[in-house]
Design a protein around this ligand. Sequence first.
Ligand SMILES: NC(=O)c1ccc[n+]([C@@H]2O[C@H](COP(=O)([O-])OP(=O)(O)OC[C@H]3O[C@@H](n4cnc5c(N)ncnc54)[C@H](O)[C@@H]3O)[C@@H](O)[C@H]2O)c1
Length: 445
Amino acid sequence: MANSLSFPGPKNTNSAPRKPLARPGDFPLFIASIRRVLTCFARSLMMIGIGGNNGSTLCATILANRHNITWHTKEGVQQPNYIGSLLRASTISIGTDANGKEIHVPISDILPMVHPNDLVLGGWDISSASLEKAMVRAQVLDYDLQRQVAPHMALLGQPLPSIYYPDFIAANQEERADNLIPGTDKQVHLDQIRADIRKFKLDNGLDRVIVFWTANTERYSDIIPGVNDTADNLLNAIKNSHSEVSPSTLFAVAAILENQPFVNGAPQNTFVPGAIELAERHKSFIGGDDLKSGQTKLKSVFTEFLVNAGIKPLSIASYNHLGNNDGRNLSAERQFKSKEISKSSVVDDMVNANRLLFKAPEVSDGASIGKGEHPDHIVVIKYVPAVGDSKRAIDEYYSEIFCGGRSVINIFNECEVRVRDLLPIARWLMIFLRTPFSLLPLFWT
Ligand SMILES: NC(=O)c1ccc[n+]([C@@H]2O[C@H](COP(=O)([O-])OP(=O)(O)OC[C@H]3O[C@@H](n4cnc5c(N)ncnc54)[C@H](O)[C@@H]3O)[C@@H](O)[C@H]2O)c1
């Protein structure tokens, strides 16, 4: 089987010869033609970790939608759909009609964007399992869907070989690392990743490729002056194969140098200061700090609700268990630490936004001392193989209310198919790609 991974997708209707679409004064048609031109851009995803649960599930469900595969479950026949996707399944209010009735339209009708069915899919993995085998290994999708989508997945072939620096992910991942770019020279690795991106673009006739880290959570990289603190130091550190350059940072640098956008879907500090400076220098889009679309999203929404209602959370205690490979990797202390930092940070913004409830830090000589008043916040993650890909989370919010009263709210959630994590982020990025670099902070919150 060829050691390359790409899928041309259905014939791109955007490339069909176009008749003149707009006459002077024909504004709606003019807008429609602009939208068609814009949607020609980023229409591909290269995932790092494509053979994992997220990567293989995303590919399989896009293919199920593209080929309109229906499947039997114990509840009956299931149709493919994009429920759970912010951009395919939610609407936005655009104002009121003449009678004051609110009008909602699909978000995807307002903003020009590629339909996920048309995405060209590709990527790297340190595991050589072909995509249909990776889907079976993930144990996420119903058997009847797996069975039918398998021939389409088989066409994707094997992931491209990747880079593996054992110090950055848990030791328990070593047994799957059989698909590697040889050697230990980080400059050679960088050049190979860049060549992969260029070849993928060329083979598939693409202008843009979104490079998306959905591989295992890495440990945090130490920020070392002279190594990864500036763009030039980072490039030098790669040349010298410095041990503190992580695989995810190397992929980010490759994407930046190829002027392709890069998203980090895991919690580690991929964007060391040198990577950020390099992105600014090349005016290249980078973003992301974990997917934060399940329990963590709920936590940010719920904390915002409490604090905006004038309720003061005194403690937030989060417990999770999961039994997939992500959970296995996170059972190692240093990888868990990255997740803990990322999950804890979502509460900080809300605390900083309401100094009526939470005392601000004291200031001495113009500098803040400490973080100021803050709820106690703990995060526990346990690996329980029996539950497989089903993640269970319990969050307890213990808050102060009027005149010393107390409120306790417990939330339990169980989350299975996680495809929605990646698609909205990738498609927001497609919008950013059409936004002048200087306007980006207006969107990226
Ligand atoms: N699924 C969720 O709900 C969710 C939410 C937030 C964040 N995340 C993060 O997304 C990431 C992926 O999650 P998952 O459940 O798919 O995990 P997974 O373990 O199933 O998949 C990760 C894949 O990455 C591959 N990999 C590891 N290092 C690599 C490298 N250097 N290059 C290429 N491939 C490499 C592994 O072989 C594996 O196939 C994890 O970091 C996880 O913490 C997941």
